[in-house]
Write a protein of this length. Structure first.
Length: 317
């Protein structure tokens, strides 16, 4: 099931990219990134309540605090990504941000070795990693005239700046740290739960721990949303305009669905080096959505890199 959970996360998170970009791109809305955090936190909080009160997922302060470092890494990285969407095209930011999966795969292999992975699996990891990284490099080194033509067609103009690239890079590093820590924390929580003797099988234990960890993350995001609401609405007294906020909430729904699938995908620790690159390749879909809906122009190099990622995913599946 790890493969299908990874694909679901890929599709949902690419949709979240699109709607988040639409919701955060207005230059005159200086708190758009905080409003985006509010939207994601509210939707995730609602989902956490459903999981806890309807599905009976176990949650307590110990689980929340154990998972807190991972939650903070993800939330801070996402906030930085939302800020970056104001300064740079989605087709540039998404590939840079999502090089994190390639970093996780490389780190996992470096620390644990290749194990029993065969040549096809290693080739698939290489294809996805190279495709994602090269897609970001293609965008970042694009000719100024081609960039100007793309921006003219999309009716959005962005100036090259250190901040525009630094924010996606910061997201990449923090998200990679979060993914790597995520796997380690889930292993710890699973071992503690299984040793308690409450579960008949390790598989059952793994699923329950994954659900609890996801709820812990969502409740932490809800707390972040409350903090943002206090600052944006009560202190700054910014207005929440429904037309502007709607894309944010669509992005939040996609983000929450993607997170739900993601937590189960990486819970299968034996396939982390495979699931992480698949999930990180959602930037390929994001680049396509940016062309179709945001009118960001692509070159043949973009399509070549996207093809590498798609082939890699097909081999993994």
């Amino acid at each position: 099931m790890w493969f299908w959970f990874s694909i679901i996360a890929l599709l949902c998170w690419s949709g979240s990219d699109l709607f988040s970009k639409i919701g955060c791109r207005e230059a005159n809305d200086k708190t758009a990134h905080l409003k985006m955090v509010m939207a994601v936190g509210i939707v995730m909080g609602l989902h956490a309540c459903f999981e806890i009160f309807v599905n009976g997922v176990e949650i307590n302060m110990q689980i929340i605090m154990t998972y807190l470092p991972v939650s903070l890494l993800y939330i801070i990285s996402m906030a930085m990504g939302y800020i970056g969407l104001r300064y740079i095209e989605l087709s540039i930011s998404s590939p840079i941000c999502n090089s994190s999966g390639a970093l996780v795969a490389i780190a996992t292999i470096a620390m644990s070795g290749i194990g029993d992975m065969n040549a096809w699996q290693l080739a698939a990891i290489a294809l996805v990693a190279v495709g994602v990284v090269a897609l970001g490099i293609t965008e970042a080194t694009e000719d100024d005239e081609l960039r100007a033509a793309r921006q003219a067609e999309g009716n959005r103009k962005y100036a090259k700046s250190f901040l525009a690239l630094a924010l996606p890079v910061a997201y990449c590093l923090l998200d990679a740290a979060g993914t790597f820590a995520d796997n380690r924390v889930l292993e710890t929580l699973t071992a503690q739960a299984f040793d308690s003797g409450r579960f008949a099988t390790l598989d059952e234990c793994t699923k329950q721990v994954a659900a609890s960890a996801n709820c812990a993350y969502e409740l932490t995001f809800l707390f972040a949303a409350v903090v943002c609401f206090v600052y944006v609405v009560l202190i700054r007294r910014d207005r929440l305009i429904p037309k502007r906020e709607a894309p944010k909430y669509l992005g939040a729904v996609c983000e929450t669905a993607g997170q739900f699938a993601y937590i189960y995908a990486i819970a299968d620790t034996e396939h982390l080096a495979m699931s992480a690159p698949i999930i990180s390749s959602y930037c390929a879909a994001s680049v396509l959505w940016s062309r179709l809906f945001l009118k960001e122009k692509l070159s043949w190099k973009h399509y070549a890199m996207i093809a590498l990622v798609v082939v890699g995913i097909a081999i993994m599946g």
